[in-house]
Design a protein around this ligand. Sequence first.
Ligand SMILES: Cc1cc2nc3c(=O)[nH]c(=O)nc-3n(C[C@H](O)[C@H](O)[C@H](O)COP(=O)(O)OP(=O)(O)OC[C@H]3O[C@@H](n4cnc5c(N)ncnc54)[C@H](O)[C@@H]3O)c2cc1C
Length: 505
Amino acid sequence: MKRIDRVVILGGGSAGLMAAVTLKRKLPGLEVEVVRSPELGIIGVGEGTTASFPRHFFEYLKLPPARFYEVAEPTWKLGIRFRWGPVDFDYTFAREYEQRWPGMRRNLGFYRDRQTPWMGMASACMAQGKAFPRQPDGTPHFHHQHAFHIENVKLVQWLEGLCRDEQVVITEATMERAEVAGGEVTALILNDGRRVTADLYVDASGFRSELLGRALGVPFETYEGSLFCDRAVIGGWPRAAGEPILPYTVAETMNAGWCWQIEHEHWINRGYVYSSRFLSDEAALAEFRERNPRIANEPRLVKFRSGRHARLWQGNVVAIGNAAGFVEPLEATALQVICVETSTLADSLVDSLQEPTPSIVELYNEYNTGAWDDIRDFLAVHYAFNTRLDTPFWRTCREETDLAGAARVVRYFLENGPSVLPGPVLIHPSNSFGIDGYLTMLVAQEVPHGKPYTPTPAERALWKERIGGLGQHARRGFTVEEALAVIRRQGVAGPAGPSSRGGRR
Ligand SMILES: Cc1cc2nc3c(=O)[nH]c(=O)nc-3n(C[C@H](O)[C@H](O)[C@H](O)COP(=O)(O)OP(=O)(O)OC[C@H]3O[C@@H](n4cnc5c(N)ncnc54)[C@H](O)[C@@H]3O)c2cc1C
């Protein structure tokens, strides 16, 4: 492939802007232009992140977090509270199920039962509605096991500011067609009459997938055998005075899918993700309204398909974000995938001295298609074992969900229980959920297995003491409101601020 000195990005949603910022931070000499359509706009949803988001911006790109806190006005998310399976449970970014405590023979997944309210500081804080524990000096311990809730408009505003700082050119125009020759894009023809050319085109055009899907015809591989949902209805309401900001997302089982609750400082965002095979749009809206009588805006409907393109880098086109693939937001992974796609693209250009070789392109495709498939596999486990409701949708999920790449991990669990042994063999090191994520979903949903473990009396006593200690410590912690007041008063401490290191990617 020829040397890449100029990149044109089609699309100015979160994917396009994150691609622009990432490329310019890592390759400042690169010329980057974003073309975005004012008529088509952006999808405008995507408000929960995983712990990979702060790591990408504050550690990989080394951006100062202060401006992010100021412009994007995020709140902290320690994990997801699942109203799912026999009893509610908390999923954190802290890898609690795989840990071992001194004096206990097995990893913690073997000890957790219905009576266990938490198993580590992250889940203890979630249970107490706290974001950060208190240090001996009385200040919050800004641990690194968190993600964010961010209103999409504010995220895009922050990203636009970063683009300006990095001298990214932003052109407001709609692409009417792409010129293609010899299996490559040769130019974008815009509705303002311009003919835009580049050495590399990034397709960030959202579900339209204008370049990878439409112009180059790279096939789309569906995940419909594992993930049956294909629509969402979205609404919300203003936070009432004194209504606490929860430090987590809620994922609640609904008749034909599930409903998220995302916590912004002044707004609560709800969305019902459902399967149109089992529920009409009218019935979904009625159930959504009935469950959320406080909805204060006109709910909007979004249609989607889960899957990814067979290749994400084809010729001189690389697709990022929804143009590359889409998986429903049950683990809020879309922005995480964009972080992974944009960083691997930047690293590929850096390591190839801006002249990517066929093997780099091959590796890029293998790594990034694998990242999408990992999410499909993990979400399949959420659907296959949720026993909360006995509706036609959930019965079908339990009977028909294709576990795909998760099948071997599940088989191991059914025979051996929450052992961590299969991690290094069955789960790729880049898998963002890791064995701990699987153990959380399987143990907390009370999937029966062949090797239950009975703790010794000494282990029971130790367990009780440690759980009690964690609870006490967490109860003294800072709520989201209190922690926001601290960073607004004192600024964000340290070069990376309260960012995320460790935990799940
Ligand atoms: C219901 C739902 C809930 C979600 N929740 C989450 C979540 O909690 N967390 C999370 O991480 N993600 C979530 N996502 C995903 C998230 O919204 C997207 O992945 C993310 O915003 C990236 O979008 P994008 O930039 O790829 O596409 P878009 O925002 O659609 O941007 C596409 C861009 O391309 C431009 N464009 C398209 N065609 C043309 C053309 N011909 N000419 C010029 N410009 C063009 C558009 O104008 C726009 O600027 C959710 C998605 C859905 C559907």
